[in-house]
Design a protein. Structure first.
Length: 225
């Protein structure tokens, strides 16, 4: 069994940003994102193997916001597509992480803009075996706006959901809920758990939490910035 997570092990959004800024003096953003994508793809494969019994032909929908979480999710989606999954990327609007989107287009995944084709996006969700939530990151406020809110509401209850870093729509540092939010079966977070992953009520929507080491030094949430 994975170790139990505690509030003492958590790092706030501000501490994560500071730790990442320090790491990026020697590690490129692309390298950090590639490591994050590898961790998300590996956990996605494990979920599909358990739930569907295969990777090839499994239907995956990536919900990608414009930030780095969306980029991580899209990079993971490209990896899954190369390994035989049928991946559809749903961006919220015209903004999308360029590296993530570029790799998905190169891999040949489907891409849907939700603000222009919401019905197509919800149809893809209805057919999915796995949904990867990369809508927002640790800098977002709780709650979700359109079209993200409609997309999250359209995720079938029977579909496995993997959240990238945090479930979208929760308050990162307080663990509060701001209305509609993602309810994940698994959350792959990076470096250290975030307070929302160990603090109720948000922790109940995180599912099983996997902490992936991407090369950023862990520091306690109580350390001075």
């Amino acid at each position: 069994m994975p170790p139990l997570l505690s509030a003492a092990a958590a790092m706030t959004a501000a501490h994560i940003r500071a730790a990442e800024a320090s790491a990026m003096r020697t590690i490129s953003v692309r390298t950090l994102m590639a490591r994050a994508a590898d961790a998300v793809a590996a956990e996605s494969e494990a979920i599909l193997a358990e739930r569907v019994g295969r990777i090839r032909g499994a239907r995956v929908v990536v919900l990608a916001g414009p930030g780095n979480n969306g980029g991580d999710a899209m990079l993971a989606g490209a990896r899954l597509h190369y390994r035989g999954a049928e991946v559809t990327v749903v961006t919220m609007d015209e903004r999308a992480h360029p590296d993530g989107l570029g790799e998905c287009l190169a891999a040949g995944t489907g891409v849907i803009r939700a603000d222009a084709h919401l019905a197509l996006a919800t149809q893809a969700l209805a057919r999915a075996h796995l949904v990867i939530d990369g809508i927002v990151g640790i800098g977002a406020r709780p709650g979700l706006r359109s079209p993200a809110a409609e997309l999250v509401a359209a995720i079938p209850g029977s579909v496995a959901v993997l959240a990238v870093d945090i479930p979208s729509g929760v308050d990162v540092d307080s663990g509060a809920l701001g209305g509609l939010h993602v309810r994940a079966d698994v959350t792959v977070t990076f470096t250290a758990p975030k307070p929302c992953l160990v603090t109720q009520p948000a922790a109940a929507s995180a599912g099983r939490v996997v902490v992936a080491d991407v090369g950023v030094q862990r520091t306690p949430a109580t350390a001075d910035l």
